[in-house]
Design a protein around this ligand. Structure first.
Ligand code: GLC
Length: 747
């Protein structure tokens, strides 16, 4: 039958039938092609000259294919050998590649994937929101969904169809460079944020929706030595209690894809781990989407983990364990064709993967809308509504950690303010997973301050962007300039911009053996403080930083994380009090790397013997954050003193604004199963509520404690709710001294 009348091209036909019809027409080579992803032509061209073949072995962000030319990818696309591209950074290239795909024998469109982690930030001319750690500090899951939905709109306006987000890993180690890409250390908050982002991205799979990708499955956020891709060696109990829940929630939300993690999990690489990909994902959770490898990680099963003696054997193991799509490159096609021809991989297994991939393409409407409209693209990308959301998110993601009263500043009070530090006037405010954006679209801290208070003279002493190579003379200049300033604002932190891949100190593949400030930053802060001028220190960073001394020396300390393109405006509004900061830490800030692992939801025996010499408490605890007003949380009431197992409990608490100005409190509820058959954390977040209050206003907050929050895993890892007393705690951080306590019983 002529292709034009073919059932699979009929948008009115059920997706299932379109998949069956198309699959029946495909050759084995075309099927294998759908399972292969390659880097874009321009990415290839740019890296041909920049990288050596040796570099390719460890670089996880840039590549080319030795022995090929960039335009060979166009031919491969027309021959149906490539089903997806990543690192295509312009609409023009995406549409051009798609034209080649539509010339293929069956006209199967490409699906373009991209790391749109906080907006489609990794490509130019898109709205850049705060990164996930900052978004988590808003505790606003509705905002998370809105940002995902807006990101999806901007992606489709650039002909991108699939984001490699939400990262739903549970951060447990600040040495790891990707904490900023996660929603923090609490599995329940991570799960909620991840679920809402999947909903935001995928919506009803309309023309302004994209496929989500929950990643990385599993355990890469607790690497044995803090480095990305290092082994995760934890018990099955820890996997199921801590790392699985956000993925299970993402599957329940209907995530269309999942990405496996670089690391081995208890001796078996995630990429060839049939227990994870098939038994758990498919068997326990009914995951219906497709599984994509991470960058060259199937090849690493051979050349790094050494559990396959060749790439071809690694491909066989991965496919048979449940892998559906290969990221990335041309070695895949021939090797997998041989595997099928040799009978090592049944064609029926290939069909399973191709079905999942084709279903996503049909559901996204790619056969009907393979291109994006170049004329309309910039009507959507960077539109005012999205910029406003980015600013709203930046304002609420910022956490005020210390304030001796120096903040908020009063306009007119200071005639000259010194601004310095590596992050005072740099695009690094965009954060990890960001391409450079047009300067007119990025507001740095210095620019934000000058806009906020035009009558004040802001003296800027540049410390450069590179913490490793700061100039002592620039430090001297800042100290000298402080003598003539009324107040100092120093923007410190880390460097995350990916176009300076090897100069970064935080971000993907940029892990550290320390969490102190890099370079002369601490000396700068020490000497600035010694001038006696009030000092406001701002941090722009992805991982928590052990800034105990710097905090001590500063009159105020603001944790801005990676606030995105409106970060300078949001920071200035907070510094001047136009905005009352409301961020609360979604991750513990240790005093030093020696305290790691330091998390709030630790087991009871974790500090039975506190360390000698130094404190065993964090610098700032999970859930903590200050503002310009004060709140009192009082009168915790348990409405259900006794519940049957499987019934929810209900509690209420009052929160009052006891200060002089309106503000938002994030009332947090924690739970502890007092006695249980297996050890349980001393507390676990089981509820939170964002409460906006006028001065003097009091509201009652009601919480429902779900049966899931009360359940634990028995010896066979089956969820059970054991009878007994449950301690319930309410407060404005996880610190014991800030929590009201009560209890209820489960019969
Ligand atoms: C990287 C990251 C992964 C990302 C992928 C594509 O290795 O681990 O999160 O989605 O490559 O950029």
């Amino acid at each position: 039958m002529a292709a034009s009348a073919a059932l699979y091209l009929n948008p009115a036909a059920p997706v299932e039938q379109r998949v069956d019809d198309l699959l029946s027409r495909m050759t084995l080579e075309e099927k294998i092609g759908q399972m292969n992803q390659c880097v874009g032509v321009e990415h290839f061209r740019n890296n041909m000259g920049a990288l050596t073949e040796e570099d390719l072995k460890t670089n996880t962000a840039n590549a080319f294919y030795p022995g090929m030319m960039p335009d060979d990818l166009l031919t491969w696309t027309e021959e149906g050998k490539i089903g997806s591209f990543l690192h295509v950074l312009t609409l023009e290239e995406a549409n051009r590649l798609q034209q080649h795909a539509m010339k293929s024998r069956l006209g199967i469109p490409l699906i373009f994937g991209i790391d749109a982690i906080h907006g489609n930030a990794n490509a130019p001319d898109n709205t850049v929101y705060p990164t996930n750690i900052g978004l988590a500090c808003t505790f606003d899951t509705v905002l998370a969904r809105r940002i995902a939905a807006e990101t999806a709109r901007e992606m489709r306006a650039m002909n991108m169809h699939w984001t490699f987000n939400p990262n739903v890993e549970v951060a447990r180690d600040p040495r790891w460079g990707r904490c900023g890409e996660t929603f923090g250390e609490d599995p329940w908050l991570v799960a909620l944020m991840g679920r809402m982002q999947v909903q935001g991205y995928q919506g009803d799979f309309g023309p302004e929706n994209v496929l989500a990708c929950i990643k990385h499955f599993v355990g890469g956020s607790q690497p044995v030595n803090g480095t990305n891709g290092a082994p995760c060696d934890v018990s099955e109990r820890t996997l199921r209690e801590l790392f699985f829940p956000p993925f299970r929630e993402g599957v329940k939300a209907g995530a269309g894809s999942l990405m496996t993690s670089h690391n081995e999990v208890n001796g078996y690489p995630a990429h060839t781990n049939s227990w994870l990909m098939t038994d758990v994902m498919r068997g326990e959770w009914d995951f219906a989407g497709f599984i994509v490898s991470d960058w060259d990680d199937i090849e690493h099963v051979h050349d790094l983990h050494h559990t396959a003696e060749s790439d071809k054997e690694a491909f066989r193991q991965a496919i048979m364990a449940g892998m559906d799509m290969h990221m990335h490159g041309p070695e895949w096609n021939e090797a997998v064709l041989e595997l099928v021809q040799e009978g090592a991989v049944p064609e029926s297994r290939i069909d399973e993967s191709v079905r999942r991939i084709l279903e996503a393409k049909f559901r996204l409407g790619l056969f009907e809308n393979p291109y994006a409209d170049e004329a309309r693209s910039m009507e959507i990308r960077l539109c005012d509504a999205h910029r406003a959301t980015a600013l709203d998110a930046a304002r609420r993601s910022i956490v005020l950690l210390k304030n001796d009263g120096v903040l908020p500043l009063q306009r007119g009070k200071h005639r000259r303010i010194l601004v310095t530090g590596i992050n005072a006037d740099d695009e690094n405010i965009l954060g990890d997973w960001s391409a450079s954006q047009r300067p007119e679209n990025v507001v740095t801290l210095l620019e934000g301050l000058r806009e906020a208070d035009p009558d004040c003279e802001f003296v800027f002493v540049d410390q450069g962007w590179d913490p490793r190579n700061m100039d002592p003379a620039a430090v001297d200049r800042a100290v000298a300039a402080a003598a003539d300033a009324d107040l100092i604002i120093c923007a410190a932190g880390e460097y995350m911009m990916r176009h300076r891949w090897t100069e970064r100190t935080c971000g993907e593949d940029t892990d550290r053996s320390d969490i102190a400030l890099v370079g002369l930053q601490s000396e700068l802060i020490r000497r600035l403080a010694a001038t006696g001028r009030p000092l406001v220190t701002v941090l722009i960073n992805g991982r928590p930083l052990g800034v105990e001394q710097e905090a001590e020396l500063s009159n105020a300390l603001i944790e801005a994380w990676e606030p995105g393109m409106t970060g300078g405006t949001a920071l200035a509004e907070i510094i001047y009090g136009d905005v009352n900061p409301s961020g609360r830490l979604a991750i513990t800030v240790p005093r030093s790397v020696g305290q790691v692992q330091m998390v709030y939801n630790h087991k009871p025996s974790a500090y039975f013997h506190p360390v000698a010499v130094t404190p065993s408490t964090p610098l700032y605890p999970f859930g903590y954050g200050l503002g310009y007003t004060t709140f009192s949380i009082s009168n915790l009431r348990v409405l259900t003193p006794e519940v049957a197992a499987g019934e929810p409990a209900r509690v209420e608490v009052d929160v009052t604004n006891t200060g002089e100005r309106a503000g938002r409190e994030t009332v947090q509820l924690y739970l502890r199963d007092e006695y249980s058959s297996a050890t349980r954390p001393v507390k676990e977040l089981c509820g939170f509520s964002l409460v906006d209050l006028e001065p003097g206003e009091c509201k009652t907050v009601s919480f429902t404690v779900s049966p899931e929050a009360m359940s634990i895993l028995d010896a066979r890892h089956n969820p059970v709710i054991e009878p007994g007393r449950f301690i319930i705690m309410a407060g404005n951080s996880s610190a014991d001294e800030s929590l009201l306590k009560s209890s209820f019983n489960v019969k």
